[in-house]
Design a protein around this ligand. Structure first.
Ligand SMILES: Cc1cc2nc3c(=O)[nH]c(=O)nc-3n(C[C@H](O)[C@H](O)[C@H](O)COP(=O)(O)OP(=O)(O)OC[C@H]3O[C@@H](n4cnc5c(N)ncnc54)[C@H](O)[C@@H]3O)c2cc1C
Length: 486
């Protein structure tokens, strides 16, 4: 832990991409920085775990960014360990695998003619309805997708997948998520292809991406080492348990830090400013502990958790021959299957293969607690039922957990998020950023951009402005319906 009475210009809560980016920028400007991270490891959701020479991300991560400066910085940091890869993804539906992006000829040969006819009819019906009633309500995910895609395609794919991923009915999920993640142009493109109304080459999709040879976590471990060599102090396995403010200025002056896994006395760390990447509801409780009115808002902001079942296999790959396969299929509890070696051969020992199964679950449920052995056996039986049978090759399986994987955009969530923003915003020297800190579905490049922006504001002596950070573009990748599936 820390020495008693430490003092830093900046304290960063959380060592995921956004927190490390803030620490990077501030330390380059010569500021003293301390990063407090509740896990024992660094990288947040962008960590990679290793066992017996097999490496697994928490859900496969890839770097796609149109931010040239950020990409240059990452390339300079990683050198030739950052490789350019190209992805191959598929959709598994009713036991049939479809290439993604969708290929008209493949659809025509695999979809039944009656289904294609129904999809076309529904799609055209929605277009006609749009002309008659252009101001239709599309507040929920179901309304949004059906209006643009038609009911058949919704029921075939988007509905089952979405309800499995979020654990919510698509009538309870806000259309914000769909409108942020599904490109309209692309949606129409997919609809037309599914309906057999558009043929020819696929549109331009983001196929190429950057990936560190030893998994996404290698990037953030390298960054942390670089920061430590500049004097940034890391305190892991510890959390902020209280923030003290100066009553005259209302600025945070001290962070109380408590060890999570060790019985050590709590320490007070004095700070000039704080960049927080912890879940917004937790931060609001730290910043305004006596405001009971905030409790209901904090409880209303939910996060979907993920359990990643990492399966180590005997014998060489490829098993899927695809980087990942979306599992819309109702026979499968999982939402996605990844083959890590398709991202980098270094993700498995030589002549070995692996699969990573993504299972959305809620913490404190049986599926969260179920032992690896029985859960993996059940999921692998399910996979075998759709034609992917690796059961005779399993060397072992273990799980990784992400308690805060996805902010849940339940209809009406904005009101609760904004109430928490309002509670924090009077504090001039407290920035809340990142996927959990802003309760916003951002990717890692946007998370890092937020870290840079918060640190620059701090360096330049500007007050914290949540609205400005929230407005940072989520840098949508070229029209890609697959991104709705993440
Ligand atoms: C399955 C999955 C796949 C994804 N794939 C991609 C992809 O391919 N490409 C992409 O760009 N993005 C992807 N993402 C998104 C990416 O993971 C996030 O955008 C990114 O991790 C956000 O960074 P962050 O620092 O804001 O949050 P996080 O990574 O969540 O980091 C927050 C950190 O804060 C710590 N923390 C929490 N509470 C406390 C506390 N009280 N005290 C101290 N520390 C605390 C956490 O332990 C964590 O380390 C994916 C996400 C998931 C779930």
């Amino acid at each position: 832990m820390l020495p008693r009475d430490s003092q830093f210009d900046l304290v960063v809560l959380g060592a995921g991409p956004s927190g490390l980016a803030a620490a990077w920028e501030a330390s380059l400007a010569g500021r003293s920085v301390c990063v407090i991270e509740r896990e024992r490891s660094l990288g947040g959701l962008c960590a990679t775990v290793e066992r017996d020479g097999y490496r697994f991300d928490l859900g496969g991560h890839r770097i796609i960014s149109k931010r040239a400066t950020l990409v240059d910085r990452l390339r300079a940091l990683m050198g030739d360990e950052l490789e350019e890869r190209s992805r191959k993804s598929e959709i598994l539906l009713d036991g049939v695998r479809y290439r993604y992006p969708l290929v008209a000829r493949e659809l025509a040969s695999k979809l039944s003619p009656s289904l294609a006819a129904r999809a076309t009819r529904d799609y055209l019906f929605e277009r006609a309805l749009d002309l008659a009633r252009p101001r239709r309500d599309d507040r929920t995910f179901r309304q949004w997708v059906e209006r643009r895609f038609g009911r058949t395609l919704y029921e075939l794919f988007f509905g089952p997948y979405t309800e499995k991923l979020w654990g919510l009915s698509a009538d309870e999920l806000s259309s914000d998520w769909a409108s942020q993640r599904i490109s309209l142009l692309n949606l129409a493109d997919v609809g037309l292809r599914l309906a057999g109304l558009r043929r020819g080459g696929a549109r331009t999709y983001a196929r190429r991406y950057l990936y560190p040879r030893n998994g996404i976590g290698a990037l953030f471990e390298r960054l942390a080492r670089e920061l430590a060599s500049r004097g940034v102090v890391f305190v892991t396995g510890a959390r902020a348990s209280a923030l003290a403010r100066d009553p005259d200025t209302n600025r945070v002056t001290t962070v109380r830090v408590e060890a999570i896994y060790a019985s050590e006395p709590a320490r007070d760390v004095r700070c000039g400013a704080i960049v927080s990447t912890v879940p917004l509801a937790q931060l609001a409780a730290l910043a305004a502990p006596s405001d009971r009115a905030l409790d209901a808002h904090a409880r209303a902001l939910e996060h979907r958790a993920m359990r990643f079942v990492n399966v180590m296999l005997d014998g060489p790959g490829p098993v899927l021959g695809a980087t990942w396969v979306y599992a819309a299929d109702a026979r499968l509890s999982i939402t996605r299957i990844q083959e890590p070696a398709e991202r980098s051969p270094s993700m498995t020992p030589e002549q070995r293969a692996s699969l990573m199964l993504e299972l959305p679950v809620d913490p404190d449920t049986d599926a969260w607690r179920e032992p690896d052995e029985t859960l993996a056996a059940r999921l692998l039986d399910e996979l075998a039922s759709v034609g992917i049978d690796v059961r005779s090759r399993v060397r072992g399986a273990f799980s990784s957990f992400a308690r805060y994987a996805y902010p849940v955009y339940r209809v009406g969530y904005e009101r609760h998020r904004d109430a928490l923003f309002a509670a924090i915003s009077p504090i001039d020297n407290l920035w809340t950023i990142g996927r959990q800190g802003l309760f916003r579905y951002v990717f890692m490049d946007t998370a890092m951009e937020m870290g840079f922006a918060a640190a620059r504001a701090f360096i330049e002596g500007r007050r914290a402005d949540t609205g400005a950070l929230f407005a940072i573009d989520n840098n949508p990748t070229p029209h890609e319906v697959a991104s709705v599936l993440r």
